[in-house]
Design a protein around this ligand. Structure first.
Ligand code: MN
Length: 411
């Protein structure tokens, strides 16, 4: 486990207070954490808490429900049986209270009895509904706990209208507090060490897999965790955005794209670098274009602007670069997207890709990943450069400035 910086119950209580305040409605807020997922037979996957639920409670316990109803706050424990407790241990109620700062923890039957009485009297309930797009777009099954909660709520009052709390939480979470920024900065420090290790391995090796294993060992020895599965993509592997095989051999003249970063406690940063031992003129042209786009994008970020507006501006600039490079003839959305299929900027925090409103104005205290790239399947070349930056009054503070930006080295 990486070291958790000081997240006291005040942090979570204050987050709940702010959520009630920004929501402003009278409807009870009912939210569930993630449930434990089956891996195979009676074995489960390691538990990962829902980030919104953690942000409001600090709890890493599966299946708990949080109720915020006016001035009342309580947790409802999952339905448990004694056999489960023998294998997984009993839930320590006092720990849940002291971590979360919530006033009351109720057992399943008692908790639902209390909540159901209230549900029968109200017209609206605020909760987080399962996001449909994950299965449609990413082919990912979402944790069933949210759908289950909605079913259970509706079983007491089928006329209830559900209010989605996701936008309120995304907006709260996008403003990083000092303790969160400290965690992100700590993650960046580890990431700097990670890239120094990568450089040593890169110079002495010619295989993605050897590097990948050595970096995993480095993280284990230092009791650190990756923010996400590292991408080590040489040559045309860099054209696959989420290339995770990391097992190809590369030559002195192949670019190696490394999209990898550490996390500290629950907080991530997001970094990508691309380098080659012996660069060609063409590789330098593409690299320089991406580096100048990164610079251009970072200068475009400042409070009062929106991400969509910045993305549109930078993408137009990218179009010009692509035309200069001879990769496209005319600048159009389609021709640009062919060479740059992903988002330019996203929020970073508890999730590597933190949810956000792409139209909302930027505010000091937001943490963003800026990641321009140029990909050409025709030339078998992919370059991406990514920094994690903090939005300040003046513009940005590049948190990952110390991680080298060079074509021939990662350090
Ligand atoms: Mn990213």
């Amino acid at each position: 486990m990486t070291e958790l910086l000081e997240f006291t119950s005040d942090f979570f209580s204050e987050n709940r207070r702010k959520l009630r305040q920004t929501f402003g409605g009278k409807a009870p807020i009912v939210m569930s954490g993630n449930g434990l997922l089956q891996k195979s037979a009676d074995a489960n996957y390691p538990f990962t808490q829902d980030s919104n639920f953690w942000y409001l409670t600090g709890l890493d316990e599966p299946g708990v429900v949080l109720v915020m109803d006016g001035d009342e706050e309580y947790l409802i424990l999952p339905e448990r049986n004694p056999i489960h407790d023998v294998f997984h241990g009993e839930i320590e109620v006092d720990r849940l209270l002291s971590i979360s700062g919530v006033d009351d923890v109720l057992g399943y039957d008692e908790g639902w009895k209390r909540l159901s009485k209230r549900l029968k009297k109200v017209k609206h309930v605020a909760t987080i509904q399962p996001p449909k797009s994950y299965i449609d777009v990413y082919n990912l099954y979402t944790n069933p706990s949210k759908a289950r909660l909605v079913r259970q709520i509706k079983s007491y009052n089928s006329d209830l209208t559900l209010i989605d709390m996701r936008p309120f939480l995304a907006s709260l979470r996008s403003l990083k507090q000092p303790v969160e920024l400290a965690s992100i900065n700590r993650a960046v420090e580890t990431t700097l060490q990670l890239y120094k290790q990568l450089d040593k391995l890169f110079q002495s090796s010619n295989n993605e897999g050897d590097i990948s294993i050595a970096l995993k060992l480095f993280m284990l020895k230092n009791q650190q965790e990756f923010a996400y599965d590292p991408v080590l993509a040489s040559g045309k592997n860099a054209l696959v955005m989420h290339y995770l095989e990391n097992n190809s051999t590369y030559s002195e003249t192949d670019l190696l794209l490394a999209d990898m970063a550490a996390k500290c406690g629950k907080y991530s940063c997001d970094v990508t670098r691309t380098a080659v031992k012996q660069s060609s003129k063409r590789q330098r042209q593409v690299y320089d274009a991406v580096a100048s786009l990164l610079d251009y994008a970072q200068q475009a970020i400042r409070p009062g602007r929106g991400l969509q507006e910045i993305e549109d501006e930078v993408l137009h600039h990218l179009g010009e670069k692509l035309r200069e490079l001879g990769m496209i003839k005319t600048i159009s959305k389609e021709s640009i997207r062919e060479h740059f299929p992903h988002l330019l900027i996203h929020h970073v925090g508890l999730d590597v890709h933190d949810g956000c409103d792409y139209k909302a104005d930027l505010v000091p205290g937001m943490v963003l990943a800026v990641e321009p790239g140029i990909y050409s399947s025709k030339e078998g070349i992919g370059v991406r450069l990514e920094n994690t930056v903090l939005v300040t009054e003046e513009g940005i503070d590049n948190l990952t400035e110390k991680i080298a930006l060079k074509i021939d080295s990662f350090a």
